[in-house]
Design a protein around this ligand. Structure first.
Ligand code: DGL
Length: 267
């Protein structure tokens, strides 16, 4: 197999990373993609850093056996807590989703503006976004809010139920008056709740996520290494650590992705 034909590996704790997968598919249609969802261990956002690092290393090892040419960590929690550790064990380039999210937020918020970072408890406690925004020299005020019930709502497929709107109001209504210019969906599950979140925040706030910028950085990384696979018909393979039929049904219902048969890999 030519180096450029090797697949891109993408992983998340569950369904959320499919929001990044969808964008990779749109921007890089010729690429062969392998998506891994750690459905046996979702959610990651309430786990310790040690656990998230151990899971991420296992999945990385598994995807490396599949001869990937690039790894996209389509999970903010793993990107916040485990990116350095993943890079230590990976001979192929590894991209996370924090920097792309920062890029998207800075494009949406003016200098001196306010950015609200939403994410899992682990991501918010790690302050990965605040640190990355500071490192980017951003002159913005950063507020952060963990929204731990969002991931189970999405994994249950309850993205447009009244209960999801109630939960979003509970977490975010207090920020509506705070003149937020951009809200970062700092968890790859959250774009599936975007409409509900936008409604709570009101028209002033731009809602941004990392998917578009993450796919653009994957393209740039591959182009820089002359590893782009041209064409329009890359193969896609889906693997989960549990309940493949459930994953397949929700991928179609929530994102319109037809997975075909989903394989299972247990650790
Ligand atoms: N989608 C992941 C993230 O971006 C993980 C959510 C979770 O498993 O708690 O943080």
């Amino acid at each position: 197999m030519k180096a450029s034909e090797r697949p891109i590996g993408v992983f998340d704790s569950g369904l959320g990373g499919l929001t990044v997968f969808r964008e990779l598919r749109a921007q890089l249609p010729g690429e062969n993609l392998i998506y891994f969802g750690d459905t046996a261990r979702v959610p990651y956002g309430t786990k310790s850093a040690e656990a998230v690092i151990a899971f991420s290393r296992e999945i990385t090892g598994f995807l490396l056996e599949k001869k990937i040419k690039l790894l996209v960590v389509a999970c903010n929690t793993a990107s916040s807590l485990a990116l350095d550790e993943i890079r230590k064990v990976s001979p192929v380039p590894v991209l996370g989703v924090i920097l792309p999210g920062v890029e998207a937020a800075l494009a949406a918020a003016p200098a001196g503006g306010r950015i609200l970072v939403t994410g899992t408890s682990a991501t918010v406690n790690s302050r990965a976004y605040s640190k990355a925004l500071a490192a980017a020299g951003a002159r913005v005020r950063v507020l952060e809010k963990a929204c731990p019930l969002f991931v189970p709502l999405v994994e249950e497929g309850w993205c447009s139920k009244a209960v999801a709107a109630d939960v979003a109001r509970e977490y975010l209504a207090p920020f509506r008056k705070k003149k937020i210019d951009a809200l970062i969906l700092g968890c790859t599950h959250y774009p599936l709740l975007k409409k509900i979140i936008a409604k709570v925040m009101g028209p002033r706030t731009r809602i941004v996520d990392s998917a578009h910028a993450a796919a653009a950085s994957a393209r740039a990384e591959l182009a820089g290494r002359r590893l782009l696979n041209p064409g329009r018909r890359g193969r896609c393979e889906f693997i989960v650590s549990d309940a493949p039929e459930r994953f397949s049904a929700l991928a179609f219902r929530l994102l319109g992705i037809r997975t075909g048969k989903v394989a299972v890999k247990r650790f």
